[in-house]
Design a protein around this ligand. Sequence first.
Ligand code: ATP
Ligand code: MG
Length: 270
Amino acid sequence: MTPLLRVEDLHVHFRSVEAVAGISFEIQKGEVLALVGESGSGKSASALALTRLLPERAAEIRGRALLGDTDLLSLAPRDLRRVRGGRIAYVFQEPMSALHPLLRVGRQVAEAVRQHRPGVPAMKEAVRLLGETGLPDPERAARAWPHELSGGMQQRAIIAMALAGEPDLLIADEPTTALDVTVQAQILELLKTERRKRAMAVLFITHHMALLTSFADRIAVMRHGKIVEQGPFLEVISAPKHPYTRGLLACVPRLGARLKRFPTLSEVAP
Ligand SMILES: Nc1ncnc2c1ncn2[C@@H]1O[C@H](COP(=O)(O)OP(=O)(O)OP(=O)(O)O)[C@@H](O)[C@H]1O
Ligand SMILES: [Mg+2]
């Protein structure tokens, strides 16, 4: 089966720093790929490089990122803009940095609808999306300024904006890290629901392995700009091959404990 996205030998250099040192992976349609690894391992740089969201002067990007037959890394800027927010949408860690502080929430979501789905009544669809992503009074939320919403509500609005273009792939980079624990769980639930409902592929970036249970189909583990191990999620966590993966898993004892039919962590990470 042709993958939705095939990344081949991706490199990202920031001047002297080799942030991403030749990684390759695929994402199938509707699949959730988790990209995990310690801080600074190159997860965000990889995700941003896929649609060349990194500052051109600072970052040199090499390799291929094939969305179907189209190499995003050699696509004309104009066409690439259509892909971003269209076929590939992003949700980042800091909701406030993704929202324009001086524009009402509904207008921002409507703008995303207008850009990527011309002909759809944009404000009506924006309100519908705000409702779908769990804002209790979506009409009121649409009229609100970003700062009037809580962090969790802001992140829901960002997800509404990301869904506005009906993406085939959602790239979520630590989308819950800035939120408190109960809200984290709710946002994760929302992503799971939307993914199922829309059969949307997700590249989920985190350094919290525990968030991945009952979400990730496959996992890729990054360290120092390289993927050190990748495979089906349950296979990798029940029998990690790379010592670094074992180390990451050792930090989340509950993950191993919950999966009764798999070996315990003391067995896999002696
Ligand atoms: N704009 C930039 N200019 C220069 N160096 C950068 C830039 N962005 C990232 N880097 C460097 O690239 C490397 C990879 O960073 P990246 O942000 O991809 O890590 P990460 O895995 O996402 O970490 P975290 O879990 O903290 O988000 C780091 O050494 C970082 O300092
Ligand atoms: Mg990051």
